[in-house]
Design a protein around this ligand. Structure first.
Ligand SMILES: C[S@@+](CC[C@H](N)C(=O)[O-])C[C@H]1O[C@@H](n2cnc3c(N)ncnc32)[C@H](O)[C@@H]1O
Length: 249
């Protein structure tokens, strides 16, 4: 479909045929029409979807979804949109939403980059969380990593003032990349007092890939940034500001 908008061709994921259990297949068939939002290349009104205007948090790549389910259950006053292309995880989380009759969690099965560009309006998200994104460890695959300058600029555009980006990884060189990219993005401020990583928040539920990393003896790095009220003025803004103040004297 030609949407008239340039979409990136290098994907951060590979859709695998992977096995889905019978219970997951059942959930995919039965609950998808209830809890899944179909992809359409136009802005989505999430207050209509959820039936309220509560803060909206997006999780990209929820995997098997157990940590997102726990968060949605613990925070009924927030809405959650989970994005994932892995079918077993999608089936598992759809079943979880049904079991716990959650009205504040909805899912999408599509490339998160396209969803953000086309379906999410600017300044509408209270938070974006990306836990243990695919590390793409080989150097020639680094271009597939989700957390890159252009993508973080897009996320920042979608956040409300005060909205957060929270990412975690068990790969040290990806943690370094995350910290660098987020630090260099105009309009974001690091929530770590020392300008590096935050302590692992106790209310961030353990994820499957985090456990896998811990089992391998990896470290865990969390980065959290918030969108500031005022971005650093660029050269043109500064020049016009100086002109105005000079004229007043
Ligand atoms: C390494 S897994 C981590 C899963 C989970 N967050 C955890 O910690 O257990 C990363 C997941 O992100 C998903 N993913 C990667 N890029 C994505 C994208 N652009 N849109 C949607 N899902 C994506 C993959 O399908 C994969 O399941």
């Amino acid at each position: 479909m030609d949407t008239g908008i340039h979409l990136r061709k290098i994907k951060s994921f590979v859709r695998r045929a992977g096995r889905t259990r019978e219970s997951q297949q059942h959930a995919l068939l039965t609950y998808a029409p209830l809890f899944k939002i179909p992809f359409t290349p136009e802005p989505c009104d999430f207050s209509t979807v959820f039936g309220n205007a509560n803060p909206l948090i997006v999780e990209i790549g929820f995997g098997m979804g157990q940590s997102l389910l726990a968060q949605a259950m613990a925070n009924p006053e927030k809405n959650y949109l989970g994005i994932e292309v892995h079918q077993a995880g999608m089936g598992c989380l759809l079943a979880g939403i049904h079991t716990h009759a959650l009205s504040n969690l909805r899912l999408m099965d599509h490339d998160a980059v396209e969803i953000l560009k086309l379906m999410i309006t600017d300044a509408s998200l209270s938070g974006v969380q990306i836990y243990f994104p695919d590390p793409w460890p080989k150097k020639r695959h680094h271009k597939r990593r989700l957390i890159q300058t252009e993508f973080i600029a897009l996320l920042t555009q979608k956040l409300t003032v005060g909205g957060f980006i929270h990412a975690a990884t068990d790969w040290q060189d990806y943690a370094t990349q995350m910290l660098m990219v987020l630090t260099e993005t105009p309009g974001l401020s690091n929530q770590a007092l020392d300008g590096t990583y935050i302590q692992r928040p106790i209310d961030r539920p353990l994820t499957k890939f985090e456990q896998r990393g811990l089992d391998l003896g990896h470290g865990i790095w969390d980065v959290k940034f918030k969108k500031q009220a005022f971005t650093t003025p660029n050269k043109e803004t500064l020049a016009s500001f100086e002109e105005t103040t000079t004229n007043h004297h």
